[in-house]
Design a protein around this ligand. Structure first.
Ligand SMILES: [Zn+2]
Length: 436
């Protein structure tokens, strides 16, 4: 799986992006700064890695029609396992990318290539560069040799400093339709369409994550239709597993880069089992004709206590790591990084609550779409289309719309750090007990 994504031409469903980048390489006009903008899960980072792999590949002396990374040479293997010395990723630490991170990067490595002809710096969530880290990047851009290539990845290009934006080759990534993604995966990986549909639905529409799970050697998990209490237990168990999963990933990349990478990619902590349990639980909530009046309060307490436990376990590991870094960084930088890490630990819990709300609203949104269109391909949860149609009959369109509005409002509150217990209770009481 790791090597799958190294080829520019295979970048998922981004045909116009692929041809634009390929033309630049063929003509030898490689911009020094790329800006890849677009929504999440459109393959921006995958493309950044493929671009680096292609330019760094030992077998690509010159580019001719049909070139790509070989995926076999030393360099390609290093890119695939994220340990190429000429390819660095920077992620926000806390709520922004700090100037200390840019300086640490600048300090930790020479700006000329160590291994190949090029050196890449990929700035993930570049819209969270603050003024001082943005200016620091700008300074490096102005002074750096043409062999240094920056790739900035951003959801919102309006937040990029205009002085950086004007120097960038701006490439826009667009979301493909659910239908196109499902068809692509079935064809490209030769996987059964029902299983593809289910995994894609539980990924909440993330092509890369779906492919990762489907091509995982552990095999495809069975669909488990559980009653609501069992579905709840299964979901809570999976949430409790997050800290174990964190340790496993972190132990293989015990570095500042490894830590920020995990913190900024909540997908890394997302296992197929967790996603599956979450969706089953959400389907169960919508299917339940009646929920006990105590359910919203009890579930929200259970979920928050579990996430607190996860947080304290992750925090312990992070503290241990920072203690071991005393010799590598000045105490000022270390303090700033540790504060950012503390914020990120809290974010792990918030992003789980948000994923739960998203999963619930994805099913409700499908109910809404099914009321307005006969084209079932627009559904994310297409494998549950009968359930979707029946549930719409049961709940009725006005209620579905009201629930979607509530969830959207509550997600806004969650982003402003309103008490998550209140948020969960508010949403769940809209489903259960008296109100039905
Ligand atoms: Zn290669």
């Amino acid at each position: 799986m790791l090597n799958e994504n190294l080829r520019i031409s295979e970048s998922l469903l981004q045909v116009s992006v692929v041809s634009r980048i390929k033309n630049q390489l063929l003509n030898g006009r490689i911009p020094q700064t790329y800006l890849f903008s677009g929504p999440e899960s459109t393959g921006r980072k995958t493309m950044a890695r493929a671009l680096a792999a292609t330019l760094l590949c030992r077998k690509n002396e010159s580019f001719s029609e049909g070139f790509d990374a070989c995926r076999e040479c030393e360099s390609c293997r290093a890119v695939a396992s994220d340990c190429h010395p000429d390819l660095n990723f920077i992620y926000p630490m806390g709520n922004d990318i700090k100037v200390s991170q840019i300086r640490a990067m600048q300090k930790s490595a020479e700006l000329k290539p160590l291994y190949g002809k090029w050196r890449f710096i990929v700035i993930c969530q570049a819209d969270s560069l603050n003024e001082s880290s943005g200016n620091c990047i700008l300074k490096i851009l102005e002074e750096s040799p043409p062999s240094l290539i920056f790739v900035l990845i951003a959801a919102n290009e309006k937040k990029i400093l205009p002085t950086i934006l004007s120097r960038s080759e701006h490439i826009v990534f667009r979301s493909p339709s659910h239908k196109d993604v499902r068809e692509y995966i079935v064809k490209r990986y030769n996987i059964n369409s029902d299983i593809t549909a289910r995994y894609y639905a539980q990924s909440l529409g993330k092509p890369g994550k779906t492919i990762e799970w489907l091509t995982d050697l552990q095999g495809v998990s069975e669909r488990s239709s559980l009653a609501l209490p069992e579905a709840q237990t299964a979901y809570i168990d999976q949430l409790a597993n997050i800290s174990g999963h964190f340790s496993k990933i972190f132990s293989s990349a015990n570095s500042l880069d490894g830590l920020t990478k995990i913190f900024n990619n909540s997908d890394l902590l997302e296992t197929s089992a967790l996603a599956n349990a979450r969706r089953e639980f959400c389907l169960g909530i919508i299917a339940a004709p009646l929920l006990p009046a105590s359910f919203p309060l009890l579930f929200s307490r259970l979920m928050l206590e579990t996430l607190d436990q996860v947080k304290s376990e992750v925090k312990k590991e992070v503290e241990k790591f920072f203690k071991s870094q005393k010799e590598n960084y000045s105490s000022g930088i270390l303090k700033e990084l540790e504060d950012g890490a503390g914020y990120s630990v809290t974010e792990i819990a918030y992003s789980q609550i948000d994923s739960f709300l998203l999963s619930l609203s994805a099913i409700l949104a499908d109910m809404l779409y099914s009321a307005h269109s006969t084209d079932e391909e627009i559904l994310l949860n297409i494998d549950e289309k009968e359930f979707i149609i029946n549930s719409l009959k049961f709940h009725g369109l006005p209620r579905v719309e009201a629930k979607l509005r509530t969830i959207s409002l509550m997600r806004n509150y969650l982003r402003r750090y309103v008490n998550p217990g209140l948020i969960l209770e508010n949403i769940l009481s809209d489903f259960g007990g008296r109100l039905l």
